[in-house]
Design a protein around this ligand. Structure first.
Ligand code: APR
Length: 242
């Protein structure tokens, strides 16, 4: 069966006004990524990190899905069960666009994760006051639900499964700096890279390499304007004549 694997990154949400990580010299909303997205940073200053995610959460409430989110949500609906969308994004813009089955590899901003029983629970957009109780075990300490550098990322197990089950790989708006997309692309005959910039990546094979050469199609456009080209390739691949 023809099946589509999508791996999306911060570039998918850039046109919704959510800044990417590596287009701004490694600053995430003017913060050093390792101060707000690493276990060391969390241990060093929980309040600072909590304030950072409170700001991101409050900001997200007023962000809207862009055209690419909406097309991808429609794609999930139209090809129910034949699209596996893995995102590195912690925003909920795919869900705001109507998607139901997106796998968040790096966590979700609108949930908290209990430090005692490790279960997650919906929290919404409000700032954390520090007195939130876990609804599962009652424990008082429920930090953000964002996977930090230095932590395990249990959802990554879905990546290998998606590679095995899929026939078309689409990378949208990701530099490949954390999840190297070159080895994934090499597993596929059919693949699409959507990124407005030719991307150098810290590839294990050749640090100076351009990743687009590993993809069958390279749509060098912003996600929001790449959708028509992407859909034409998808319809061809899935056997739906345009
Ligand atoms: N449309 C498509 N791609 C875009 C757009 C756009 N409008 N704007 C920027 N891009 C591309 C950039 O050229 C870049 O290749 O999106 C990519 C964003 O790369 P990063 O900022 O590195 O984001 P991402 O790949 O998602 O980072 C992965 O790193 O910091 C960690 O956990 C964090 O999930 C994040 C991970």
């Amino acid at each position: 069966m023809k099946r589509i694997m999508i791996l999306s990154g911060a570039g998918l949400s850039a046109e919704s006004g959510i800044r990417t990580f590596r287009d701004h010299d490694g600053l995430w909303e003017n913060h050093d990524v390792m101060k707000v997205c690493s276990t060391q940073g969390w241990i060093a200053d929980r309040q600072y990190v909590t304030r950072f995610y409170n700001d991101r959460r409050c900001d997200l409430e007023f962000k809207e899905p862009n055209h690419a989110h909406k097309i991808l949500a429609q794609l999930e609906h139209d090809y129910r069960g034949r699209v596996i969308h893995l995102t590195q994004n912690i925003d909920n813009l795919m869900e705001k666009a109507g998607a139901k089955d997106v796998i968040h590899l790096h966590g979700t901003l609108t949930d908290l994760r209990c430090e005692a029983c490790t279960q997650t629970f919906y929290f919404g957009y409000a700032p954390q006051e520090g007195n939130e109780h876990c609804p599962h075990c009652g424990n008082k300490r429920g930090p953000h639900n964002v996977v930090m550098f230095g932590e395990a990322a249990p959802e990554y197990s879905h990546i290998h499964q998606a590679v095995r089950q899929s026939t078309l790989f689409i990378a949208i708006g990701t530099s490949g700096a954390v999840i190297d997309i070159v080895p994934i692309a090499k597993e596929f005959i059919h693949s699409i890279l959507i990124d407005p910039k030719r991307q150098e990546t810290a590839s294990k094979f050749d640090p100076r390499s351009y990743i687009d050469e590993y993809f069958e199609h390279f749509i060098q456009k912003k996600a929001g304007v790449a959708m028509d080209d992407m859909m034409a390739i998808i319809k061809e691949h899935m056997g739906d004549r345009i």
